[in-house]
Design a protein around this ligand. Sequence first.
Ligand code: NAD
Ligand code: GLY
Length: 371
Amino acid sequence: MQEDFPIAAARVHIDLDERSYAIDIGSGLLNKPLTYQNLPRAATALVVSNATVAPLYAAPLIDALQGHFSRVLLVTLPDGEVHKDWPTLQLIFDALLENACDRKTVLFALGGGVVGDMTGFAAASYMRGVPFVQVPTTLLAQVDSSVGGKTAINHPLGKNMIGAFYQPLQVVCDLDVLKTLPDRELSAGLAEIIKYGPIADMDFLGWIETNVDALLAKDPLALAHAIKRSCEIKARVVGQDERESGLRAILNFGHTFGHAIESGLGYGEWLHGEGVGCGMVMAAHLSQRLGLVDMPFVERLSRLLRRAGLPVKAPVLATGDNAGRYLELMRVDKKSEAGEIRFVLIDGPGKACVRAAPDALVRDVIDSCAA
Ligand code: NAD
Ligand code: GLY
Protein backbone atom coordinates (compact mmCIF):
# COMPACT_ATOMS: atom_id res chain seq x y z
CA MET A 1 0.00 0.00 0.00
CA GLN A 2 1.45 3.37 -1.02
CA GLU A 3 1.66 6.28 1.42
CA ASP A 4 -0.64 9.22 0.80
CA PHE A 5 0.83 11.46 -1.89
CA PRO A 6 2.79 14.21 -0.10
CA ILE A 7 1.74 16.93 -2.51
CA ALA A 8 0.74 20.47 -1.72
CA ALA A 9 -2.20 21.76 -3.70
CA ALA A 10 -1.58 23.68 -6.90
CA ARG A 11 -4.13 25.77 -8.73
CA VAL A 12 -4.52 26.51 -12.43
CA HIS A 13 -7.00 29.15 -13.59
CA ILE A 14 -9.21 29.03 -16.64
CA ASP A 15 -9.87 32.65 -17.61
CA LEU A 16 -13.22 32.99 -19.35
CA ASP A 17 -14.75 36.16 -17.89
CA GLU A 18 -17.82 35.23 -15.84
CA ARG A 19 -17.28 31.54 -16.67
CA SER A 20 -13.76 31.47 -15.16
CA TYR A 21 -12.90 28.74 -12.67
CA ALA A 22 -10.08 27.01 -10.84
CA ILE A 23 -8.54 23.59 -11.35
CA ASP A 24 -7.32 22.37 -7.96
CA ILE A 25 -4.59 19.75 -8.08
CA GLY A 26 -3.29 17.93 -5.03
CA SER A 27 -3.52 15.11 -2.58
CA GLY A 28 -6.46 14.52 -0.22
CA LEU A 29 -8.76 17.09 -1.84
CA LEU A 30 -11.84 15.03 -2.71
CA ASN A 31 -12.85 14.20 0.87
CA LYS A 32 -12.26 17.67 2.41
CA PRO A 33 -15.23 20.04 2.89
CA LEU A 34 -12.78 22.94 2.51
CA THR A 35 -12.22 22.00 -1.14
CA TYR A 36 -15.80 22.97 -1.96
CA GLN A 37 -16.13 26.06 0.23
CA ASN A 38 -16.41 28.54 -2.65
CA LEU A 39 -19.30 26.77 -4.37
CA PRO A 40 -22.74 28.38 -4.21
CA ARG A 41 -25.03 27.16 -1.41
CA ALA A 42 -27.94 25.09 -2.70
CA ALA A 43 -30.54 22.68 -1.37
CA THR A 44 -29.33 19.73 -3.41
CA ALA A 45 -26.18 18.23 -4.81
CA LEU A 46 -26.39 15.27 -7.18
CA VAL A 47 -23.24 13.18 -7.48
CA VAL A 48 -23.11 11.34 -10.81
CA SER A 49 -20.73 8.39 -10.91
CA ASN A 50 -20.51 4.89 -12.31
CA ALA A 51 -20.59 1.33 -11.04
CA THR A 52 -16.78 1.14 -10.75
CA VAL A 53 -15.98 4.55 -9.25
CA ALA A 54 -18.96 5.04 -6.93
CA PRO A 55 -18.04 2.18 -4.56
CA LEU A 56 -14.51 3.63 -4.29
CA TYR A 57 -15.09 7.36 -3.92
CA ALA A 58 -18.77 8.35 -3.69
CA ALA A 59 -19.01 8.00 0.11
CA PRO A 60 -16.05 10.31 0.93
CA LEU A 61 -17.27 12.89 -1.59
CA ILE A 62 -20.83 12.78 -0.25
CA ASP A 63 -19.52 13.15 3.33
CA ALA A 64 -17.47 16.19 2.32
CA LEU A 65 -20.51 17.81 0.71
CA GLN A 66 -23.01 17.15 3.53
CA GLY A 67 -22.40 20.43 5.37
CA HIS A 68 -22.70 22.49 2.22
CA PHE A 69 -25.95 21.08 0.81
CA SER A 70 -29.17 20.06 2.64
CA ARG A 71 -29.22 16.79 0.74
CA VAL A 72 -26.64 14.99 -1.35
CA LEU A 73 -27.96 12.42 -3.82
CA LEU A 74 -26.14 9.81 -5.87
CA VAL A 75 -26.92 8.35 -9.26
CA THR A 76 -24.78 5.44 -10.44
CA LEU A 77 -24.48 4.88 -14.19
CA PRO A 78 -23.30 1.72 -15.92
CA ASP A 79 -19.56 1.87 -16.66
CA GLY A 80 -18.08 2.17 -20.13
CA GLU A 81 -17.74 4.19 -23.32
CA VAL A 82 -20.51 2.04 -24.80
CA HIS A 83 -22.90 3.66 -22.28
CA LYS A 84 -22.07 7.23 -23.29
CA ASP A 85 -25.47 7.44 -24.93
CA TRP A 86 -29.03 8.73 -24.68
CA PRO A 87 -30.49 5.96 -22.45
CA THR A 88 -27.72 6.45 -19.89
CA LEU A 89 -27.99 10.24 -20.03
CA GLN A 90 -31.69 9.79 -19.33
CA LEU A 91 -30.82 8.12 -15.98
CA ILE A 92 -29.38 11.45 -14.81
CA PHE A 93 -32.52 13.35 -15.83
CA ASP A 94 -34.64 10.64 -14.15
CA ALA A 95 -32.76 11.14 -10.87
CA LEU A 96 -33.08 14.93 -11.10
CA LEU A 97 -36.82 14.87 -11.80
CA GLU A 98 -37.75 12.03 -9.46
CA ASN A 99 -36.10 14.00 -6.64
CA ALA A 100 -37.67 17.31 -7.68
CA CYS A 101 -34.25 18.93 -8.08
CA ASP A 102 -34.51 22.68 -8.66
CA ARG A 103 -32.40 24.80 -10.99
CA LYS A 104 -29.85 25.62 -8.26
CA THR A 105 -28.96 21.94 -7.87
CA VAL A 106 -25.23 21.36 -8.31
CA LEU A 107 -24.15 18.25 -10.22
CA PHE A 108 -20.84 16.58 -9.37
CA ALA A 109 -19.19 14.44 -12.06
CA LEU A 110 -17.26 11.76 -10.16
CA GLY A 111 -15.44 9.54 -12.65
CA GLY A 112 -13.45 9.51 -15.84
CA GLY A 113 -14.14 11.33 -19.07
CA VAL A 114 -17.28 9.36 -19.82
CA VAL A 115 -19.00 10.37 -16.59
CA GLY A 116 -17.60 13.90 -16.92
CA ASP A 117 -18.83 14.43 -20.49
CA MET A 118 -22.28 13.03 -19.71
CA THR A 119 -22.72 14.91 -16.44
CA GLY A 120 -21.64 18.13 -18.14
CA PHE A 121 -24.16 17.61 -20.93
CA ALA A 122 -26.91 16.84 -18.39
CA ALA A 123 -25.98 20.01 -16.48
CA ALA A 124 -26.02 22.05 -19.70
CA SER A 125 -29.52 20.92 -20.55
CA TYR A 126 -31.43 20.23 -17.30
CA MET A 127 -33.81 23.18 -16.85
CA ARG A 128 -31.69 24.87 -19.58
CA GLY A 129 -28.60 24.81 -17.37
CA VAL A 130 -27.61 24.02 -13.79
CA PRO A 131 -24.13 24.35 -12.23
CA PHE A 132 -21.72 21.44 -12.14
CA VAL A 133 -18.34 20.48 -10.73
CA GLN A 134 -15.82 18.07 -12.23
CA VAL A 135 -14.14 15.58 -9.88
CA PRO A 136 -12.09 13.62 -12.43
CA THR A 137 -10.79 10.22 -11.31
CA THR A 138 -8.73 9.11 -14.33
CA LEU A 139 -5.46 10.63 -15.45
CA LEU A 140 -7.02 11.35 -18.83
CA ALA A 141 -9.89 13.24 -17.25
CA GLN A 142 -7.54 15.20 -14.96
CA VAL A 143 -5.34 16.41 -17.82
CA ASP A 144 -7.96 16.93 -20.48
CA SER A 145 -11.64 16.02 -20.43
CA SER A 146 -12.64 17.72 -17.17
CA VAL A 147 -11.14 21.01 -18.32
CA GLY A 148 -12.53 23.35 -20.96
CA GLY A 149 -16.25 22.68 -21.01
CA LYS A 150 -16.71 20.22 -23.86
CA THR A 151 -19.59 17.91 -23.00
CA ALA A 152 -21.13 15.21 -25.18
CA ILE A 153 -22.55 11.79 -25.78
CA ASN A 154 -21.73 9.48 -28.70
CA HIS A 155 -23.95 8.58 -31.64
CA PRO A 156 -23.54 5.17 -33.31
CA LEU A 157 -22.41 7.06 -36.42
CA GLY A 158 -19.93 9.37 -34.73
CA LYS A 159 -18.10 10.07 -31.51
CA ASN A 160 -19.08 13.00 -29.26
CA MET A 161 -21.47 14.20 -31.97
CA ILE A 162 -24.20 15.44 -29.62
CA GLY A 163 -23.25 17.87 -26.91
CA ALA A 164 -22.65 21.42 -25.74
CA PHE A 165 -19.93 23.77 -24.58
CA TYR A 166 -20.65 24.22 -20.89
CA GLN A 167 -18.05 25.14 -18.28
CA PRO A 168 -17.91 23.64 -14.77
CA LEU A 169 -17.71 25.80 -11.62
CA GLN A 170 -14.57 24.02 -10.42
CA VAL A 171 -12.34 21.06 -11.25
CA VAL A 172 -10.93 18.98 -8.39
CA CYS A 173 -7.99 16.75 -9.38
CA ASP A 174 -7.20 14.57 -6.39
CA LEU A 175 -3.99 12.63 -7.00
CA ASP A 176 -4.92 9.98 -4.45
CA VAL A 177 -7.66 8.52 -6.64
CA LEU A 178 -5.09 7.55 -9.25
CA LYS A 179 -3.80 4.83 -6.90
CA THR A 180 -6.69 2.58 -7.95
CA LEU A 181 -6.48 3.38 -11.66
CA PRO A 182 -5.59 0.31 -13.78
CA ASP A 183 -2.29 0.50 -15.71
CA ARG A 184 -4.00 0.45 -19.11
CA GLU A 185 -6.07 3.51 -18.12
CA LEU A 186 -2.94 5.25 -16.84
CA SER A 187 -1.28 4.76 -20.24
CA ALA A 188 -4.39 6.11 -21.95
CA GLY A 189 -4.05 9.26 -19.85
CA LEU A 190 -0.38 9.55 -20.80
CA ALA A 191 -1.43 9.80 -24.46
CA GLU A 192 -3.27 13.06 -23.79
CA ILE A 193 -0.32 14.35 -21.73
CA ILE A 194 2.14 13.52 -24.51
CA LYS A 195 -0.18 15.31 -26.97
CA TYR A 196 0.61 18.69 -25.39
CA GLY A 197 4.31 18.40 -26.34
CA PRO A 198 4.21 18.29 -30.16
CA ILE A 199 1.38 20.83 -30.38
CA ALA A 200 2.62 23.39 -27.86
CA ASP A 201 5.66 22.69 -25.73
CA MET A 202 8.67 20.65 -26.82
CA ASP A 203 10.39 21.24 -23.47
CA PHE A 204 7.47 19.44 -21.86
CA LEU A 205 7.88 16.59 -24.37
CA GLY A 206 11.51 16.30 -23.28
CA TRP A 207 10.42 16.30 -19.63
CA ILE A 208 7.96 13.47 -20.33
CA GLU A 209 10.69 11.46 -22.08
CA THR A 210 12.86 11.77 -18.98
CA ASN A 211 10.01 11.00 -16.58
CA VAL A 212 7.84 8.47 -18.38
CA ASP A 213 8.93 5.60 -16.14
CA ALA A 214 8.17 7.66 -13.04
CA LEU A 215 4.74 8.48 -14.46
CA LEU A 216 4.07 4.81 -15.18
CA ALA A 217 5.08 4.04 -11.60
CA LYS A 218 2.58 6.68 -10.40
CA ASP A 219 5.30 8.75 -8.80
CA PRO A 220 3.27 11.52 -7.13
CA LEU A 221 5.63 14.39 -7.89
CA ALA A 222 5.86 13.42 -11.54
CA LEU A 223 2.09 13.05 -11.81
CA ALA A 224 1.48 16.39 -10.13
CA HIS A 225 3.82 18.17 -12.53
CA ALA A 226 2.38 16.45 -15.61
CA ILE A 227 -1.21 17.28 -14.60
CA LYS A 228 -0.38 20.89 -13.78
CA ARG A 229 1.57 21.53 -17.00
CA SER A 230 -1.11 19.84 -19.12
CA CYS A 231 -3.84 21.93 -17.50
CA GLU A 232 -1.79 25.11 -17.96
CA ILE A 233 -1.41 24.46 -21.68
CA LYS A 234 -5.06 23.56 -22.07
CA ALA A 235 -6.12 26.62 -20.04
CA ARG A 236 -4.11 28.89 -22.33
CA VAL A 237 -5.69 27.44 -25.46
CA VAL A 238 -9.25 27.38 -24.11
CA GLY A 239 -8.84 30.91 -22.74
CA GLN A 240 -8.17 32.11 -26.29
CA ASP A 241 -10.74 30.01 -28.13
CA GLU A 242 -13.42 28.57 -25.85
CA ARG A 243 -15.75 27.35 -28.61
CA GLU A 244 -13.16 26.08 -31.08
CA SER A 245 -13.53 28.63 -33.79
CA GLY A 246 -9.84 28.11 -34.61
CA LEU A 247 -6.91 27.54 -32.25
CA ARG A 248 -8.63 25.04 -29.92
CA ALA A 249 -8.74 22.45 -32.71
CA ILE A 250 -5.02 21.79 -32.07
CA LEU A 251 -6.07 19.94 -28.91
CA ASN A 252 -7.53 17.34 -31.24
CA PHE A 253 -4.13 16.23 -32.51
CA GLY A 254 -4.48 12.48 -33.16
CA HIS A 255 -8.23 12.56 -32.63
CA THR A 256 -9.40 12.38 -36.27
CA PHE A 257 -7.68 9.03 -36.79
CA GLY A 258 -8.30 8.07 -33.14
CA HIS A 259 -12.06 8.62 -33.26
CA ALA A 260 -12.25 6.53 -36.45
CA ILE A 261 -10.47 3.71 -34.61
CA GLU A 262 -12.82 4.00 -31.62
CA SER A 263 -16.06 4.03 -33.58
CA GLY A 264 -14.77 1.65 -36.30
CA LEU A 265 -13.85 -1.06 -33.79
CA GLY A 266 -16.94 -0.41 -31.65
CA TYR A 267 -16.87 1.94 -28.66
CA GLY A 268 -14.88 0.55 -25.75
CA GLU A 269 -12.73 -1.90 -27.76
CA TRP A 270 -9.77 0.49 -27.79
CA LEU A 271 -9.65 3.12 -25.04
CA HIS A 272 -9.99 6.74 -26.11
CA GLY A 273 -6.38 7.46 -25.13
CA GLU A 274 -5.17 4.45 -27.11
CA GLY A 275 -6.98 5.71 -30.20
CA VAL A 276 -5.49 9.17 -29.69
CA GLY A 277 -1.98 7.76 -29.16
CA CYS A 278 -2.06 5.72 -32.38
CA GLY A 279 -3.85 8.59 -34.12
CA MET A 280 -0.98 10.93 -33.21
CA VAL A 281 1.50 8.57 -34.87
CA MET A 282 -0.68 8.51 -38.00
CA ALA A 283 -1.09 12.30 -38.00
CA ALA A 284 2.66 12.70 -37.50
CA HIS A 285 3.31 10.46 -40.51
CA LEU A 286 0.88 12.55 -42.54
CA SER A 287 2.69 15.71 -41.40
CA GLN A 288 5.98 14.17 -42.49
CA ARG A 289 4.60 13.25 -45.92
CA LEU A 290 3.44 16.82 -46.34
CA GLY A 291 6.94 18.04 -45.55
CA LEU A 292 6.03 19.66 -42.22
CA VAL A 293 8.26 17.55 -39.94
CA ASP A 294 11.09 15.12 -40.51
CA MET A 295 11.14 11.37 -39.95
CA PRO A 296 13.25 11.51 -36.74
CA PHE A 297 10.47 13.61 -35.19
CA VAL A 298 7.85 10.97 -36.10
CA GLU A 299 10.07 8.20 -34.74
CA ARG A 300 10.71 10.14 -31.52
CA LEU A 301 6.98 10.53 -30.88
CA SER A 302 6.25 6.94 -31.76
CA ARG A 303 9.02 5.70 -29.43
CA LEU A 304 7.67 7.71 -26.50
CA LEU A 305 4.13 6.47 -27.04
CA ARG A 306 5.39 2.88 -27.11
CA ARG A 307 7.31 3.46 -23.88
CA ALA A 308 4.10 4.80 -22.36
CA GLY A 309 2.45 1.46 -23.09
CA LEU A 310 0.36 2.62 -26.02
CA PRO A 311 -0.35 0.90 -29.35
CA VAL A 312 1.22 2.60 -32.36
CA LYS A 313 0.06 0.25 -35.11
CA ALA A 314 -3.34 1.10 -36.60
CA PRO A 315 -5.96 -1.64 -36.30
CA VAL A 316 -7.64 -2.98 -39.41
CA LEU A 317 -11.22 -1.71 -39.49
CA ALA A 318 -12.37 -3.49 -42.63
CA THR A 319 -11.28 -6.38 -44.80
CA GLY A 320 -10.89 -5.19 -48.35
CA ASP A 321 -10.74 -1.40 -48.52
CA ASN A 322 -9.47 -0.68 -45.00
CA ALA A 323 -8.25 2.83 -45.85
CA GLY A 324 -11.62 3.56 -47.45
CA ARG A 325 -13.37 2.62 -44.20
CA TYR A 326 -11.07 4.96 -42.24
CA LEU A 327 -11.84 7.77 -44.68
CA GLU A 328 -15.58 7.13 -44.44
CA LEU A 329 -15.45 7.27 -40.63
CA MET A 330 -13.20 10.32 -40.57
CA ARG A 331 -15.62 12.33 -42.71
CA VAL A 332 -17.98 12.24 -39.70
CA ASP A 333 -15.77 14.55 -37.67
CA LYS A 334 -16.60 17.94 -36.22
CA LYS A 335 -13.64 19.50 -38.03
CA SER A 336 -14.85 18.30 -41.45
CA GLU A 337 -16.12 21.01 -43.76
CA ALA A 338 -18.41 20.16 -46.70
CA GLY A 339 -17.29 16.53 -46.50
CA GLU A 340 -13.59 17.45 -46.55
CA ILE A 341 -11.59 15.95 -43.70
CA ARG A 342 -9.37 18.43 -41.89
CA PHE A 343 -6.46 17.06 -39.87
CA VAL A 344 -4.51 18.51 -36.99
CA LEU A 345 -0.92 18.25 -38.19
CA ILE A 346 2.42 19.14 -36.68
CA ASP A 347 3.83 22.15 -38.46
CA GLY A 348 7.33 21.92 -37.05
CA PRO A 349 7.97 20.60 -33.51
CA GLY A 350 5.84 22.38 -30.90
CA LYS A 351 3.42 23.93 -33.38
CA ALA A 352 0.21 22.57 -34.88
CA CYS A 353 -1.97 23.52 -37.83
CA VAL A 354 -5.28 22.30 -39.21
CA ARG A 355 -5.56 21.45 -42.89
CA ALA A 356 -6.90 19.03 -45.46
CA ALA A 357 -4.74 16.43 -47.21
CA PRO A 358 -5.17 14.52 -50.48
CA ASP A 359 -7.07 11.23 -49.99
CA ALA A 360 -4.30 9.31 -51.75
CA LEU A 361 -1.74 10.51 -49.20
CA VAL A 362 -4.04 9.68 -46.28
CA ARG A 363 -4.64 6.22 -47.73
CA ASP A 364 -0.90 5.75 -47.97
CA VAL A 365 -0.43 6.68 -44.31
CA ILE A 366 -3.21 4.33 -43.17
CA ASP A 367 -1.75 1.44 -45.19
CA SER A 368 1.76 2.03 -43.89
CA CYS A 369 0.60 2.34 -40.26
CA ALA A 370 -1.72 -0.70 -40.35
CA ALA A 371 -0.91 -3.52 -37.96
P1 NAD B 1 -13.58 6.39 -18.67
O1 NAD B 1 -14.38 7.50 -18.19
O2 NAD B 1 -14.28 5.29 -19.40
O3 NAD B 1 -12.76 5.77 -17.47
C1 NAD B 1 -11.90 4.70 -17.72
C2 NAD B 1 -12.18 3.50 -16.81
O4 NAD B 1 -11.55 3.72 -15.55
C3 NAD B 1 -13.63 3.24 -16.52
O5 NAD B 1 -13.87 1.87 -16.44
C4 NAD B 1 -13.81 3.87 -15.13
O6 NAD B 1 -14.89 3.37 -14.42
C5 NAD B 1 -12.50 3.55 -14.49
N1 NAD B 1 -12.06 4.45 -13.43
C6 NAD B 1 -12.20 5.78 -13.40
N2 NAD B 1 -11.55 6.28 -12.35
C7 NAD B 1 -11.01 5.25 -11.68
C8 NAD B 1 -10.21 5.13 -10.52
N3 NAD B 1 -9.79 6.21 -9.86
N4 NAD B 1 -9.86 3.90 -10.10
C9 NAD B 1 -10.25 2.80 -10.81
N5 NAD B 1 -10.98 2.84 -11.94
C10 NAD B 1 -11.34 4.06 -12.37
O7 NAD B 1 -12.44 6.89 -19.69
P2 NAD B 1 -11.49 8.17 -19.68
O8 NAD B 1 -10.27 7.73 -20.37
O9 NAD B 1 -11.40 8.79 -18.36
O10 NAD B 1 -12.28 9.19 -20.61
C11 NAD B 1 -12.51 8.93 -21.97
C12 NAD B 1 -13.69 9.75 -22.42
O11 NAD B 1 -13.39 11.13 -22.28
C13 NAD B 1 -14.07 9.53 -23.85
O12 NAD B 1 -15.46 9.39 -23.96
C14 NAD B 1 -13.62 10.80 -24.54
O13 NAD B 1 -14.39 11.11 -25.66
C15 NAD B 1 -13.77 11.81 -23.46
N6 NAD B 1 -12.91 13.00 -23.61
C16 NAD B 1 -13.50 14.20 -23.52
C17 NAD B 1 -12.73 15.35 -23.61
C18 NAD B 1 -13.35 16.69 -23.42
O14 NAD B 1 -12.68 17.70 -23.68
N7 NAD B 1 -14.58 16.77 -22.95
C19 NAD B 1 -11.34 15.24 -23.80
C20 NAD B 1 -10.77 13.97 -23.88
C21 NAD B 1 -11.57 12.85 -23.78
N1 GLY C 1 -9.99 17.52 -25.88
C1 GLY C 1 -10.07 18.55 -26.86
C2 GLY C 1 -10.63 19.83 -26.37
O1 GLY C 1 -10.96 19.95 -25.21
O2 GLY C 1 -10.78 20.74 -27.12
